[in-house]
Design a protein around this ligand. Structure first.
Ligand code: GDP
Ligand code: MG
Length: 175
């Protein structure tokens, strides 16, 4: 819980990555604590808020999810405007989405914010038997771009809190 006098950091967080990688599921798992199967690609109210309290500060996330526009492989500038943090998502069962993750990282970098806190997320880690992308490949890509890397499952909730806590920590450091 936030305490009086705590420092409060309000931070816009955007999610990017190919359609079907689990962006909306990650957000819903974090914000609502649930996994919803059989989603429509265009579900996603586009906007959620969630608060995380660290010992040093409270972080208020304004989370922007896409509503299916990522199918055009690029998002409008206003989606990125003012973002303090970004999550690039790929699906460990689809090498295509990993290849495309590199393009999403480039698009983020083109936005020109050198302080953007960036995370690379390898989602659907519960589907180990269908894995097409090794952990080491994700780690390597994240190192090249100064990103935080983690494997998650929106389905089982693996590493979801860890992901957002790490982003919050980095935002606190950057402020
Ligand atoms: P988005 O298009 O990136 O927003 O992806 P969605 O969140 O809509 O998820 C696409 C599909 O993948 C849906 O059927 C989800 O139920 C499923 N999905 C999302 N995350 C996971 C996960 O961690 N594990 C598994 N097994 N399925 C997932
Ligand atoms: Mg979605």
């Amino acid at each position: 819980m936030a305490r009086p006098g705590d420092k409060i950091i309000q931070a816009k967080l955007v999610l990017v990555g190919d359609m079907g990688t689990g962006k909306t599921s990650l957000v819903l798992r974090f914000v609502k604590g649930k996994f919803f199967d059989l989603q429509e690609p265009t579900i996603g109210a586009a906007f959620f808020t969630q608060i995380l309290s660290l010992s040093e500060a409270t972080v208020k996330f304004d989370i922007w999810d896409t509503a299916g526009q990522e199918r055009y492989h690029s998002l409008a500038p206003m989606y990125y405007r003012g973002a303090a943090s970004a999550i690039v998502v790929y699906d460990i069962t689809s090498r295509d989405t990993f290849v495309r993750a590199k393009k999403w990282v480039q698009e983020l970098k083109r936005q020109g914010n050198p302080n953007l806190v960036m995370a690379l997320v390898a989602n659907k880690s519960d589907l180990e038997s269908k894995r097409e992308v090794d952990i080491q490949e994700g780690e390597q890509l994240s190192l090249e771009h100064g990103m935080f890397f983690i494997e998650t499952s929106a389905k089982t909730a693996l590493n979801i809190n860890e992901l957002f806590y790490e982003i919050a920590k980095r935002l606190v450091k950057a402020n």
